[in-house]
Write a protein that binds this ligand. Structure first.
Ligand code: NAD
Length: 487
């Protein structure tokens, strides 16, 4: 077991093990080898985490914001110093190639800690003049926040939730996905080493049942989930029953619209990034690529040519550009959609099945796949696949493509490629999506709020916007004169 942590959980500043519960394995997706064995949080671990977080939060809320910021920025430096080691761990846990994890995982987590660390001392309320008397507002923490992670960007998701929560003076208990339990523990170590008081950031492990227990726990003030729409519905229902504040970052089936005046080479690059990065396991992926019929065949030819250059292989080799899917279950799901796409009449341009990779006979590899002539009603154009499957749909007319792009229950992201600046902004204004790109795709700098319209989510992460979701405003009226009463 190449990546076994000291223990399964990190509570109150130290590693902690459960005394009961059936252990589960973390598996290296390239080989199927078990790299770590983790025991889910039992009730004793949950209560220890709550107690530690309650104590930690009191200390942390009294820590001056500028000092909170320094702790987060020191943690950012630690993640950067350990980037290679953390990237290897993330590659082992997720199967994503090291070429990506070196730049996109702990590195983006560090950017996030640094950003919110910098914001810490700038968070203020306002003064409201009432003509003699006045009011002011204070931004106060919520208490203990519970973060629930998905498996595609484990340490990044942990940072995206922890950094804004902590900077506002909250404590956090974070549950990573059971599929990728390891890197959140390293974030806890880094925050602790940076000087975070014990109990302010805790990691507990487990499946959905542990998540649900925490959502319902009376001491949890807020829940932030990154996951699928069905899990989001369950978490929202339970949180609603207990009137918990909730942020949901869920799935998508996002459109990428490419007009006939677009730079085709850049548009092909964007379509590749929007579908094959992280082996297609990205929530904001532009999986419905609408291409104007005037450039469709040229676009498809270049896309096929360039997709043939993808290097599937050893994820720890930095020349590999596509790793395996995260799990056998995800492989089976993606293979199912590849079959359904062909059965429903989509034209296979390239890929279409499992990939044989020398030296990795047991890896969950799948060929990067492009379907053309996809129609709006096909299953592959309606359901989130979460794998390297790109669907090209044709269009001729602007109004028609906008209506079709919006014809989905999701609304996470959208992109448009055109050199016509007015058309670009006009279309973005009409697209029902929380995060949009013009002439690029899938860039999510920490400065830019991120989140979904419609069933893709509630609330926003990143940017100044996230502060609203991890704090509450207290309004204070100050009387500067006498108090009148009717009697
Ligand atoms: P998932 O919904 O299966 O699981 C997400 C997390 O929820 C896991 O930690 C899981 O243990 C937990 N969970 C499951 N049932 C629960 C319950 N009843 N109560 C509380 N917690 C519960 O999602 P996944 O397969 O890990 O991730 C893939 C999904 O996440 C995709 O749909 C993808 O689009 C989405 N995603 C969204 C974003 C975003 O920012 N919008 C980012 C990454 C992934």
């Amino acid at each position: 077991m190449r990546a076994q942590p000291n223990a399964s959980h990190f509570v109150g500043g130290s590693y902690m093990e459960s005394r009961s519960g059936t252990p589960f394995d973390s598996v290296y997706p390239a080989t199927g080898e078990t790299i770590a064995r983790i025991t889910p949080a039992d009730d004793a671990v949950i209560e220890a985490a709550i107690t530690a977080a309650r104590k930690g939060q009191q200390v942390w809320a009294e820590t001056p914001p500028a000092e909170r910021g320094r702790v987060l920025r020191r943690a950012a430096d630690i993640l950067r110093e350990k980037n290679r080691e953390l990237s290897i761990l993330e590659t082992l846990d997720t199967g994503k190639p090291l070429q990506e994890t070196l730049v996109a995982d702990a590195a983006s987590g560090a950017d996030c800690l640094e950003y919110y660390g910098g914001l810490a001392a700038t968070l203020t309320g306002e003064h409201i003049d009432l003509g003699g008397s006045f009011a002011y507002t204070k931004r106060e923490p919520l208490g203990i926040c519970f973060g629930i992670g998905a498996w595609n960007y484990p340490i990044q998701i942990a940072c995206w939730k922890a950094a804004p929560a902590l900077v506002c003076g909250n404590a956090m208990i974070f549950k990573p996905s059971e599929v990728t339990p390891l890197s959140a523990l390293k974030l806890a170590e880094a925050l602790s080493e940076a000087g975070l008081p014990d109990g302010v950031f805790n990691v507990i492990q487990g499946f959905g049942d542990v998540g649900a227990k925490m959502v319902a726990h009376p001491d949890i003030a807020k829940v932030s989930l990154t996951g699928s729409v069905p899990t989001g519905a369950k978490v929202a229902a339970l949180a609603g029953e207990h009137l918990k504040k909730t942020t949901l970052e869920l799935g998508g089936k996002s459109p990428l619209i490419i007009f006939d005046d677009a730079d085709v080479e850049n548009a092909v690059s964007a379509a590749i990034n929007a579908n094959f990065y992280s082996t297609g396991q990205i929530c904001s992926n532009g999986t419905r690529v609408f291409v104007h019929t005037a450039i469709k065949e040229r676009f498809l030819a270049r896309l096929a040519e360039r997709t043939a250059n993808a290097v599937l292989g050893d994820p720890l080799d930095e020349t590999t550009s596509i790793g395996p899917l995260v799990s056998k279950a995800q492989l089976d799901k993606v293979l199912h959609y590849l079959k359904v796409g062909q059965d429903e009449g989509a034209r296979l341009v390239c890929g279409g099945g499992a990939a044989e990779v020398a030296s990795f006979p047991d890896g969950y590899f799948v060929q990067p796949t492009v379907f053309a002539d996809v129609t709006d009603t096909m299953t592959i154009a309606r359901e989130e696949i979460f794998g390297p499957v790109l669907s090209v749909l044709d269009f001729d007319d602007e109004d028609d493509v906008v209506a079709r792009a919006n014809d989905t229950e999701f609304g996470l992201a959208a992109g448009v490629f055109t050199k016509d600046i007015q058309r670009a902004h006009r279309i973005i204004g009409r697209l029902q999506a929380g995060t949009c790109w013009i002439n690029t795709y899938n860039l999510t700098p920490i400065e830019m709020p991120f989140g979904g319209y419609k069933k893709s989510g509630i609330g926003r992460e990143n940017g100044h916007a996230a502060i609203e979701y991890y704090s509450q405003l207290k309004s204070v009226y100050v009387e500067m004169d006498g108090v009148e009463a009717a009697f």
